[in-house]
Design a protein. Sequence first.
Length: 493
Amino acid sequence: MHTSVHMLADAPAQLLPARQLMAFTLASHIILVPLGVALPLITLVMHYLGLRRNDSTALLLARRWSAVMAVQFAVGVVTGTVLSFEFGLLWPGLMGRWGDVFGIGFGVEAWAFFLEAVLIAIYLYGWRRLKPRTHFLLGLPLPAAALLGAFGILAANSWMNTPQGFSLDAEGNPVDVNIWKAIFTPMFGPQYWHFVVAMLLTAGYMVAGVYAVGWLRGRRDHYHRLGFTVPFTIAAVVTPVQFILGDSIARSVFHKQPVKFAAMEIVWKTDTRVPEYLFGRLNPDGSVSGGIKVPLLDSILAGFSPNTKVVGLTSVPADQRPTATQATIAHWAFDLMVVIGSVLVLLALWYGLVWLRHRRLPASKWFYRGAACAGVASVVAVECGWIATEVGRQPWIVYQNMKVAEAVTSTRSTTLWIMLCVVIVVYVFIFGSLLAVLLKMRTRWRLADEQQAAGHLAEGPEADSPYGPRSPVPAGDGAAGGSGATPSEDGRP
């Protein structure tokens, strides 16, 4: 029997369902994270343009995006709370022994969450009720609160990857905790900025993709042009930056977590002049099946020289490294993330070159098809990044200090499988409800614009300002008589 099979046989029965439950809830929650972290900043950029240019369309877009931001935040509260409970319920060994060391990150995230909730409420309430400048200034802390929440989560995760800031007593328990060292670990900086830029990039492409679809369907008005240009420009600007940050964090993993790097690059034996495999599968005997082999490239990428020594998986005992299957999963996730990032760089360069040369948006339908897909592709890349990070660290939950099997709950595996099924059903309902609400909001906004256009042909459908009194509602038009005056936009009947 192979070593990896022995390891699986020795693992607690609770380990697989606990990991599956955590993976499902995290993968579901992370779909919402880009909008939660970056949509406030994108909204405020549009808000600023509306005030500076006295552009009612920009203000209308900012107002509608703020409504989406609030709905997304409400759903994120549910999925994020589930994750918080799972840390304690599924991994009591982790929280019981190490909670005093890295738990400060979760405390920061919780504080930022409540602050963001208050700020979103104030920002939504301010439309039509506050002076334009005052309202905008009250919204400025929103991006900072979102970044603070990301700070807390990334501080905890980076500590799990490169733990420090403590000493161990004779029984192996952490003592003499240094909070600052526990927060600012060697991996914190690379992980945090890589994550933040990824969220900004992903949110920008997600929002722009909605208007790219409208553009492909023939909606070429100022509303759709502006709704596409602002978020796509933000995403396009940071996409090359993200590519550089991605290379930086990979190099940090190479130096700080060499075994994880070996898993991500499916390197079996420590050596120099190591080839790069694009995809491919690592076999239990160390051979690689399939994929595209590029000689010397892995050593060159790791240390800018073909003579760079790359640590292999066999540098540590089998029970202290990912299995061949886990390494393959981490490798595919990493490669897919790099491929998507490369394609997004090309899309951003296309956009930038056309703008610099002609001072206009690209005219090709293929560009807008790519832009429409970019949001989904970005979410997939974010998911792949977390898979590479978490699977590549196996079997450690606290790198080189505690294994996942040592942290898992003692709850019966059958109960955990039932919990997973219940959570899947609940999450299908939650995300289905979110989609239904967003589609309903879109329908009401489109109807409001059509009715506004019909009643004010000289002004157009985006002329109603979010500030000041509402436009009069024509008789028989109901609550949708003015653009920006529907219940879904301001929360009032």
